[in-house]
Design a protein around this ligand. Structure first.
Ligand SMILES: Cc1cc2nc3c(=O)[nH]c(=O)nc-3n(C[C@H](O)[C@H](O)[C@H](O)COP(=O)(O)OP(=O)(O)OC[C@H]3O[C@@H](n4cnc5c(N)ncnc54)[C@H](O)[C@@H]3O)c2cc1C
Length: 410
């Protein structure tokens, strides 16, 4: 059977795979994108979806270069300029205000479905990417200077590089034989759209308490999207409660911030885990996003790491092409692996440590000291914020404001 040939075959058009497809095709690479389920058109008339992400300024810069930011901004999202963290013990909350750090915003709350749809629309209407959808990956087989990718439909494609952006249960990772460390937190993240007595003024509020944090993220219409981390058994109980009982529980957990909880929409809960792959690369194969790493969502960094992966790979491949190198060579891939694994592991272990510190009463004195230190040290606050903003010292150039044109003509 004949097989179409590409520079890069991306498996998975979630937020991360979609961003990568757009960045690479806009950089002049030939790209195939394989996705199991066609994304649904985003409908601004429909109610806000349950899955939202806090998207950092660095990720917004990447999405801008991927051509999706205008569509996202024009539809439905909410910037936040203040982050307020409480631990229920210290009286004064820890506050980050964007203007104090010379930032226009600390981040933007966006529905996952809108990010995915905006990217999908861009790549499917531009004609620059060949889309295989609905279709799923079956096998990847090595050949001399490429990998041959077989799809469940019976189609076959070949590419100098195969990218697994196919989520936590990545088939690409399994085929490549890459091992993963898996830690179950025995917690669920319960999500819902919630109305408080007063509208959310654009603050990402989070309160740590034994069992897990509760976050209120601002939405465009003044409501908040919550992520309430609870031990799995309790999350099940909270899901099963009738609405008035659930609102009463949420009211007491949110300690009167913005007044009473008045209403909430449907609820859902997701099991939380940390998954770290031993390597993000194999022969002519790269992993990114949740396929490579899954982290605790307590600081909303999971997909931000994925966007940084996409930006980093784009930067590496543009550099390799300029140097006349094979984009699937071991050197190019190892550079990506070292760069992104160091960043993601540091973030994952940071989240893991925070989870441990706040999860239980035993370490209360350490918690107090930790929070007090962060509050008083501008250096710590500044570093923390730069990491959270996705613009720290190891950030890809596209996350720090460079354009694709600048990268290509550097
Ligand atoms: C409760 C909760 C709250 C969160 N909040 C935040 C937040 O505020 N900020 C943040 O940065 N992150 C957050 N995250 C993390 C974030 O949701 C994930 O990191 C992100 O969704 C991962 O995106 P992805 O594109 O890597 O993977 P996925 O979204 O899993 O996409 C994978 C895609 O691949 C396709 N696919 C899978 N297998 C195949 C195959 N064999 N063939 C073809 N296609 C395939 C799937 O259909 C899918 O479209 C949160 C997570 C949770 C659980």
């Amino acid at each position: 059977m004949s097989s179409s040939r590409y520079d890069i075959a991306i498996i998975g058009a979630g937020m991360v795979g979609g961003a990568l497809a757009s960045l690479l095709s806009r950089s002049g690479f030939s790209v195939a994108l394989v996705e199991a389920q066609e994304p649904q058109p985003f409908d601004t008339e429909a109610d806000v979806g349950l899955r939202v992400s806090a998207v950092s300024p660095g990720s917004a810069a990447v999405l801008q270069q991927a051509g999706a930011w205008e569509s996202i901004s024009a539809q439905r999202c909410r910037p936040y300029r203040r982050m307020q963290v409480e631990d229920g013990v210290e009286l004064e909350p820890l506050i980050f205000d964007a203007p104090v750090f010379n930032l226009e915003r600390l981040g933007t709350i966006i529905e996952n479905a809108l990010v995915q749809w905006s990217l999908w629309q861009g790549v499917s209407s531009g004609g620059l990417v060949d889309i295989y959808c609905p279709d799923t990956l079956d096998e990847v087989e090595p050949a001399a200077d490429h990998n041959r990718v077989s799809l469940k439909s019976g189609k076959s494609i070949s590419a100098s590089l195969v990218v697994g952006a196919d989520g936590a249960a990545s088939r690409v990772r399994k085929i490549a034989g890459i091992r993963q460390d898996y830690t179950a937190y025995n917690q669920h993240g319960l999500v819902a759209v919630v109305t408080k007595q007063k509208p959310n003024p654009g603050v990402a509020w989070q309160r740590f308490s034994p069992g897990g944090p509760l976050a209120f993220l601002p939405l465009a219409d003044g409501r908040s999207s919550i992520v309430w981390t609870r031990p799995s058994i309790e999350a099940e109980r909270l899901l099963a409660l009738d609405k008035p009982a659930f609102l009463t529980g949420l009211d007491s957990a949110s300690s009167g911030w913005l007044g009473r909880v008045e209403d909430c929409g449907p609820r859902a809960a997701f099991p939380l885990s940390m998954r770290l792959s031993d390597s993000y690369v194999a022969r002519r194969t790269v992993l990114m996003g949740d396929a490579a790493h899954v982290i605790h969502p307590l600081a909303g960094q999971g997909v931000n790491l994925g966007f940084a992966d996409a930006a980093a790979l784009t930067e590496s491949l543009i550099g390799a092409r300029r140097a006349g190198e094979d984009i699937g060579s071991a050197r190019v891939l190892q550079h990506y692996d070292r760069w992104r694994r160091a960043e993601s592991e540091a973030m994952a272990f940071g989240m893991h440590a925070l989870h441990g510190l706040f999860n239980g009463d035993g370490l209360l004195p350490f918690r107090r000291i930790g929070l007090a230190l962060v509050k008083r040290s501008w250096t710590v606050k500044d570093r923390f914020l730069q990491q959270a903003a996705g613009t720290g010292k190891n950030a890809p150039k596209l996350a720090s404001g460079q354009t694709l044109q600048e990268l290509m003509h550097a």
